[in-house]
Design a protein around this ligand. Structure first.
Ligand code: GAR
Length: 213
């Protein structure tokens, strides 16, 4: 089976990118990362990609007048590489609805809470964990989803919970959830690569593994 071609889009530290690089190298995912695109030139994720010998490009929204122009510039980079699946991994820019429609059900994102709780505009990274702690919920978790036009509302692929401990801090919760994301994201990509994700309305059904004949 031919490997699918991934583009991983990043803006920060890139621990999820690293988990995906490692899972590809270990043969856990039938995929190759053809491109890492960063919205920030100083993102540490770029160093991780370069170390793994992956092609990188920086595409900053600051160089474009609006979301539509930025989305078209990113799309041009992706199309040069004939990308099958776009992975948002701590990518902090927004795309136009034209972009989302063009790659419908071919863009995945990870979010560090159990959506639909603690998601939406302005709710990302550490802010999510602060809101979880402030609200006092007893469980949080990670969500891997397909991207749709509205932020954090796309069909959910995988989700798993962690307990919020009595002495939980923002940092300890962030680390717990990141560990979960590092497990779930490669799993979701692997299911996509094996053509085992079937979307019906909002629900993503996970099909049984195909038996090799
Ligand atoms: C991850 O926890 C991811 O869920 C979050 O940013 C972090 C990136 O970490 N994304 C969002 O909050 C998007 N709404 P990483 O750069 O180490 O992979």
């Amino acid at each position: 089976m031919a490997k699918i071609r991934l583009a991983v889009l990043v803006s920060g530290g890139g621990t999820n990118l690293q988990a995906i690089i490692d899972a590809c190298a270990a043969g856990q995912i039938e995929a190759e990362i053809a491109l890492v695109l960063s919205s920030r030139s100083k993102a540490f994720a770029l160093q991780r990609a370069e170390k793994a010998g992956i092609q990188t490009v920086v595409c900053s929204p600051r160089h474009y007048n609006n979301t539509q122009q930025y989305s078209r510039a990113v799309s041009a980079e992706l199309d040069k590489q004939e990308i099958d699946l776009i992975i948002l991994a701590g990518f902090m820019s927004i795309f136009s609805s034209e972009f989302i429609a063009k790659y419908r059900n071919r863009i995945m994102n990870t979010h560090p809470s159990l959506l639909p709780s603690f998601g939406g505009r302005g709710c990302y990274g550490k802010r999510v964990h602060q809101q979880v702690l402030d609200y006092g919920v007893k469980i949080s978790g990670a969500t891997i989803m397909f991207v749709s036009e509205d932020i954090d509302t796309g069909p959910i692929i995988l989700q798993e919970a962690v307990a919020v401990a009595e002495d939980e801090t923002l940092e300890s919760l962030q680390q717990k959830v990141l560990r979960l994301e590092h497990k779930l994201y490669p799993q979701a990509i692997s299911l996509f690569a094996a053509d085992r994700l079937q979307i019906r309305g909002r629900r993503v059904h996970i099909l049984p593994a195909k038996t090799k004949s």
